[in-house]
Design a protein around this ligand. Structure first.
Ligand code: NI
Ligand code: MN
Length: 229
């Protein structure tokens, strides 16, 4: 049994095949129900979709609190994290790019996908995590992109976490179209209501998805809540 737990904004705690994975670990976001200290010596893998502060979050601090954890990100972002951690820790930082699965010493398949957004360094991404228990797609910050159809066809995600807040990313309407392209079993909205500029209505997203008759279940989590699989 694994789960996806929303920690507010784009931050998720994922338990998959016994691994604890943090995606976009901004644990100090205004909606976060957790503290950084709770994750000491618990995390196996940290994934950063791009280096905006609301996604890189406390990744460096968490790597220091978790001496066995790996961090995966696009090459230039990974290099920056490695430099902040110091030379002796750089073997724990996996610099990769958009394409096929990463070569790494964890028994999970992780691959970065395109995202239409910006990034200080490298390029913005989404991420697909494939375990035995489930396949999970976290879209990162992105506008609606046609590549989502390929992600759906190739990896058939069980769960897709999609931004709906608008302004910097897709809104409810575009995210519902994304669901049509990806066809996940479950869609979880994220990246909304953290700040006034990304106010959005997850119920509107749910209704728009249901109107398409795709069979995708929209699961609206409150910060701290889990969807178990
Ligand atoms: Ni961003
Ligand atoms: Mn963001």
């Amino acid at each position: 049994m694994g789960y996806v737990r929303w920690l507010g904004h784009a931050t998720f705690e994922v338990e998959l095949d016994g691994y604890l994975v943090l995606i976009d670990p901004w644990l100090t976001n205004p909606a976060s129900p957790v503290s950084i200290e709770e994750y000491k010596d618990k995390v196996d893998l940290i994934i950063v979709t791009h280096d905006h502060g609301d996604h890189l979050g406390e990744a460096v601090e968490l790597m220091k609190l978790n001496p066995k954890a790996r961090l995966a990100a696009v090459y230039e972002i990974a290099n920056d994290v490695a430099a902040k951690l110091g030379q002796s820790e750089s073997n724990r930082v996996i610099g990769a790019n958009i394409g096929g699965p990463l070569k790494m010493d964890l028994d999970l398949k992780v691959l970065f996908t395109p995202a239409a957004h910006s990034s200080e360094k490298g390029v913005p991404t989404g991420v697909v995590i494939i375990g035995k228990e489930a396949t999970i797609y976290h879209a990162g910050d992105t506008g609606l992109i046609a590549e989502m159809q390929f992600i759906g066809e190739l990896y058939k995600p069980d769960i897709a976490m999609l931004p709906i807040g608008g302004h910097f990313t897709m809104d409810e309407v575009q995210a519902a179209k994304a669901v049509e392209l990806i066809k996940p079993k479950v869609a979880i909205p994220m990246h909304y209501n953290t700040f006034p500029v990304i106010q959005a209505d997850p119920e509107k997203f749910k209704k728009l998805v249901e109107e398409k008759g795709l069979g995708t279940k929209v699961v609206i989590l409150k910060p701290g809540e889990k969807y178990s699989f």
